[in-house]
Ligand binder design. Structure first.
Ligand SMILES: [Zn+2]
Ligand SMILES: [Zn+2]
Length: 388
C-alpha cells in the first residue's frame, strides 16, 4: 500500500487480551479499506501497527469517523488506566521521592529562617504547611501519573526540540561544566515563559483566580507553609507541561550541585528569611522578589509573576524591584488563610467565604470581570493577627 503524508498509524502495545479482529473493528469505523498490518518490536514490546492510506477515496474521514476516533482514543486511555491504576508501588515511589525533595529544601530554608529571620511565624503554621504538602503531593502524584499515561497513549511527541546542551559544548572540562550549568539555567528560563503566562491567566480569569487565591490567602508565608491548591497540577498541565511536551527544551548533563541550587531556589522564593540572592535577583527570582507578588500593598499589585527567573517580568514590564528593607505583609484581607484540611481543599468552592469577601470589600470595589479588585489581587492592607 502506498502511504501518503496523511497516513494514520494505530499503535497497540502489549494488550494480549485484544484480538486482531477486535482492533480491526476499531479501525474499520474510520477506514473502509482493509489496512496493512505490521508487527515490530519496540523496546522489547511487540507493537502492532496498522497503516491506512487516507488518500484512498474509500478512506476519507466523515464526521462519524472523526467522532469514532475520539471514542477510540478515550477507550485507549481508559484501557491504560485499567492497566496501570493499580501500580501503587510506582506511585508510592513517586510520592516518597517528591516529599523527600520538599523536606530537604524546605527544611534548609527553615534553618535560614531561624538564623536570619525576616519575620517569625507560629510553629503551628509549619505543621500546617507540612500537612498540606502531604495532601498536595499525594493528589499531584495521582494527577501526574494519569497525565503521563495520557500523553503516552495519545502518542504526544515533541514537535521541536531545542537542545541547549548540544549548543553549549566545549572540549575544555572547566568551560564545559560552566556550559552545563548555563544550559540548565536556560532550560529553566525557557520553561518559566509558560509559567509566567499561566500565572497571569490565574490573576485574570475569575475561576482560575479562585483556585490560585488559596495560595495567596496564606499570611504566615514560609518555605514550608506555601502550598497551592490541590487543583494546581491541572492548570500547570494545560499551561506549562503540555506546551513543554510539544516544544521540548533539553540541557546537557547538569551537575547535581547546580540542580540542587535550582531546586533550592524554588523553596527560597517563599521563605521568610533575610537571606536573599542580592543583585542576582535581576536574573533569578528570590524571596524578596516573590514576596512582592504576595504583598497586600496596593502599589505591588500585578507585579512579579515569574518564578524561576525575573527576565519575563522585565520584558513584559511587570517587574517591581524591592527596596533594601521592603518586606511587606502578605495574604488577603477578606480571605483568612485556610486552617483545616476541609477549608484548604474547599477554599475555591466555598460560597460563604466568597460571598463574605465580596460584601466586606464593597467599599474598595473596582469591579473587574465579576470579581472586584480586592478579591482578585488581595487586599490593600492586612490585619495579620486576625488570621492567626
Ligand atoms: Zn499569584
Ligand atoms: Zn507564591
Amino acid at each position: 500500500m502506498q502511504l501518503g503524508p496523511a497516513a494514520v498509524q494505530v499503535i497497540h502495545a502489549g494488550r494480549e487480551d485484544l484480538t486482531r479482529e477486535h482492533w480491526a473493528i476499531s479501525i474499520s469505523t474510520f477506514a473502509r479499506e482493509p489496512s496493512e498490518e505490521r508487527v515490530i518490536p519496540v523496546n522489547g514490546v511487540e507493537r502492532i501497527i496498522w497503516e491506512m492510506d487516507t488518500h484512498h477515496p474509500n478512506n476519507r474521514f466523515c464526521n462519524l469517523g472523526k467522532f469514532r476516533i475520539v471514542h477510540f482514543v478515550v477507550r485507549q486511555f481508559f484501557g491504560a488506566i485499567k492497566m496501570h491504576v493499580l501500580d501503587v508501588g510506582e506511585m508510592a515511589q513517586l510520592f516518597v521521592k517528591a516529599f523527600k525533595l520538599v523536606a530537604i529544601f524546605a527544611t534548609a530554608c527553615v534553618v535560614l529562617e531561624v538564623i536570619f529571620p525576616a519575620y517569625r511565624y507560629s510553629f503551628a503554621s509549619y505543621i500546617r504547611g507540612a500537612r498540606n504538602w502531604i495532601i498536595r503531593i499525594g493528589c499531584g502524584t495521582l494527577i501526574w501519573h494519569f497525565y503521563a499515561l495520557g500523553l503516552k497513549w495519545l502518542g504526544v511527541k515533541p514537535l521541536v526540540t531545542i537542545n541547549f546542551g548540544a549548543l553549549l559544548h566545549s572540549s575544555n572540562p572547566i568551560a564545559n561544566t560552566g556550559f552545563a550549568v548555563l544550559s540548565g539555567v536556560l532550560v529553566a528560563i525557557a520553561g518559566d515563559f509558560f509559567y509566567y503566562w499561566m500565572h497571569r491567566a490565574q490573576h485574570a480569569v475569575p475561576f482560575l483566580w479562585r483556585l490560585h487565591a488559596t495560595h495567596h490567602s496564606i499570611r504566615e508565608l514560609t518555605a514550608w507553609n506555601c502550598n497551592h491548591h490541590i487543583s494546581e497540577p491541572f492548570v500547570y498541565a494545560a499551561f506549562v507541561a503540555l506546551p513543554l511536551a510539544l516544544i521540548h527544551f533539553e540541557s546537557g548533563v547538569v551537575p547535581v550541585a547546580a540542580m540542587a541550587l535550582i531546586t533550592f531556589q524554588a523553596h527560597l522564593s517563599h521563605s521568610s528569611t533575610r537571606f536573599n540572592l542580592g543583585p542576582l535577583r535581576y536574573l533569578i527570582g528570590d524571596n524578596k522578589f516573590h514576596r512582592i507578588h504576595h504583598s497586600t500593598e496596593f502599589h505591588h499589585r500585578h507585579k512579579n509573576y515569574g518564578f524561576f527567573t525575573t527576565v519575563w517580568d522585565t520584558i513584559f514590564r511587570t517587574a517591581y524591584w524591592p527596596k533594601t528593607n521592603e518586606w511587606p505583609e502578605v495574604g488577603m484581607r477578606n480571605q483568612p488563610e485556610p486552617l483545616t484540611v476541609r477549608d484548604f481543599i474547599m477554599f475555591p468552592f466555598d460560597q460563604r467565604r466568597w460571598r463574605k469577601a465580596k460584601a466586606g470589600s464593597g467599599t474598595q470595589g473596582i469591579k473587574t470581570g465579576g470579581l472586584n479588585a480586592v478579591e482578585r489581587d488581595g487586599p490593600i492592607h492586612s490585619d495579620r493577627s486576625s488570621a492567626i
